[in-house]
Design a protein around this ligand. Structure first.
Ligand SMILES: [Zn+2]
Length: 329
């Protein structure tokens, strides 16, 4: 049986169990933290900022809540520029028993450090391969997938370079790719096209955040290319309201796409991107609601079941698709 790398070691694919494909234990700006240690810890969510233990306490609380709801594993796509720290992730996994699957990759909408601007995709891929084959950040923890991103600026030269690097690292190692996308900027099909040009099997590719649109022709165009899609931002009302996310999910199930779908929240136990007062304004404006690692089990699954999702489809989405995407089997 195939194995899957987690921050606490490799597991058999059969041990993966119920998996949320896209949740972050901590999101923070790594450069700011490196230069001004301690600033902005506990992220921007006021009630979490006062929890004992700060970021770590919030991450343990989120991971523990997930375990309590029956989640056995999460993929944590915290890559470069999101503050990846695999020792932090391992501590949380050890304390809670949640299996946490780490990644390599670069999360950028355009900016790259000079180090990467002056290097080609193969040289960047080399670093991703190191993370996958040898270990991340001086540990023996190995990356199980590769993250890249395209957003409002579209497929800029730098974004394309990172996608090609991800593709080449995937071809060398067999690791799958998770590509953050922005349907409103039509990035998904362009991302798929780059991977196709590089020769990556579509079944190795997940176009994250496709659930930010309910434009079914757009979504079906991606699905027909053979990739997985993430309906993975439940709770982020500012991109698409909850009800429309569920209507889209049910339409896709009716059309027979259960084997290509993931459900997740893209939650961050803490995130430091915004000052507390801005977060408060955003919450007051309804930009996020129940945006939390619990939302899939507490709201989404019950509502989708009521809408007609079968037990078999639920198992396919939460248990079988993660194994197929991660292992290719
Ligand atoms: Zn994310």
């Amino acid at each position: 049986m195939a194995t899957i790398e987690t921050v606490t070691g490799a597991i058999d694919a059969g041990e993966l169990g119920t998996t949320l494909i896209h949740e972050h234990l901590r999101t923070r700006d790594e450069a700011v933290h490196s230069q001004w240690p301690g600033v902005g810890t506990s992220g921007g969510i006021p009630e979490r900022a006062i929890e004992p233990g700060g970021d770590y306490g919030a991450a343990v609380e989120a991971a523990g809540a997930a375990v309590g709801l029956g989640v056995r594993s999460i993929c944590d796509p915290t890559a470069m520029f999101l503050g990846r720290d695999v020792q932090f992730m391992r501590r949380v996994a050890e304390e809670t028993g949640l299996q946490v699957i780490p990644c390599t990759g670069i999360y950028t909408y355009d900016h790259l450090p000079s180090f990467f601007v002056s290097r080609d995709p193969d040289q960047i891929a080399e670093l991703f391969v190191q993370d996958i084959e040898q270990g991340i950040q001086g540990t023996e923890i190995k990356a199980a997938f590769i993250k890249c991103a395209a957003d409002e600026p579209g497929i800029t030269e730098n974004v394309e370079k990172v996608h090609r690097a991800a593709a080449r690292a995937s071809l060398r190692t067999g690791a799958p790719i998770m590509a953050h996308s922005r349907p409103a900027s039509d990035t998904g099909p362009q991302q798929v096209e780059i991977f196709r040009e590089e020769g990556v099997e579509p079944s190795k590719v997940q176009i994250a955040h496709t659930g930010d649109t309910d434009d079914l022709p757009y979504i079906e165009r991606l699905l027909e290319a053979g990739v997985f899609i993430g309906l993975d931002r439940y709770g982020l009302e500012m991109f698409l309201p909850y009800e429309r996310r569920n209507e889209t999910a049910l339409s896709l199930l009716e059309r027979g796409f259960a084997e290509r779908i993931f459900l997740s929240a893209d939650s961050c136990a803490t995130i430091d991107w915004f000052p507390h007062e801005v977060i408060e304004q955003m919450l007051a404006a309804g930009m996020a609601k129940d945006w939390d690692i619990r939302i899939i089990h507490q709201r989404v699954l019950p509502d989708l079941r009521e809408g007609g999702m079968s037990e078999e489809q639920e198992r396919t989405i939460l248990v079988e698709n993660p194994v197929r995407w991660l292992t290719g089997e």
